[in-house]
Design a protein around this ligand. Structure first.
Ligand code: A8S
Length: 175
């Protein structure tokens, strides 16, 4: 499968959309250094560290945290899905850019791709920018599909913020 976000998305998060696709970009400012946030975001094998709906995760193909590897994510009960198979697409430790795609699963998310970039904001703050693109789900409008995904992505970014700030606070106490 070809990762379909154009190269420019890593810098301007502005993908060119097909008629059946929808996209959204979310921002989160976190009171923790980028290194702390990056340690969480870049750990493809352990999304449960900051995604509260993830129950467990394991690498099912390739070498953990190497581009191209696949993970199986099992999610909490009560959701419209139980698992998702996801591919690590981009892992740039220098620029702190992370991208993954959803390749299959028992959910209705089709052709989901996401890119996250971290931007140090001075004063030990980090701005996280996440852009995703997805095909409108069958029998749903683009707005409905994006509203569903936005809810999950916002929940994840709030939890990322809390976990990273806790870690940063602990790191400070040890100094
Ligand atoms: C992410 C983003 C998303 C994850 C979705 C959109 C998902 O893990 C959950 C419910 C679903 O219905 C689909 O960054 C799926 O993880 C929580 C199982 C893919």
């Amino acid at each position: 499968m070809v990762f379909q976000l154009p190269p420019t998305v890593s810098s301007d998060h502005n993908p060119v959309l097909q008629p059946n696709e929808c996209s959204s970009t979310l921002f989160q400012t976190i009171a923790a250094p980028a290194s702390v946030v990056w340690a969480l975001v870049s750990d493809f094998e352990n999304p449960q560290r900051y995604k509260p709906l993830v129950r467990s995760c394991r690498i099912i193909d390739g070498q953990a945290n190497q581009v191209g590897c696949l993970r199986r994510v099992d999610v909490a009960s009560g959701l419209p899905a139980s698992y998702s198979i996801e591919r690590l697409e981009i892992l740039d430790h220098d620029q702190r850019i992370f991208g993954f795609s959803i390749v299959s699963g028992d959910h209705r998310l089709s052709n989901y791709r996401s890119i996250m970039s971290l931007h140090p904001n001075g004063g030990d703050e980090t701005v996280v920018v996440e852009t995703y693109v997805i095909d409108a789900a069958e029998a749903n409008t683009k707005e409905e599909t994006c509203a569903f995904v936005d809810t999950i992505v916002k929940l994840n970014s709030r939890t990322l913020s809390r976990v990273a700030e806790d870690l940063a606070g602990k790191a400070q106490q040890q100094v």
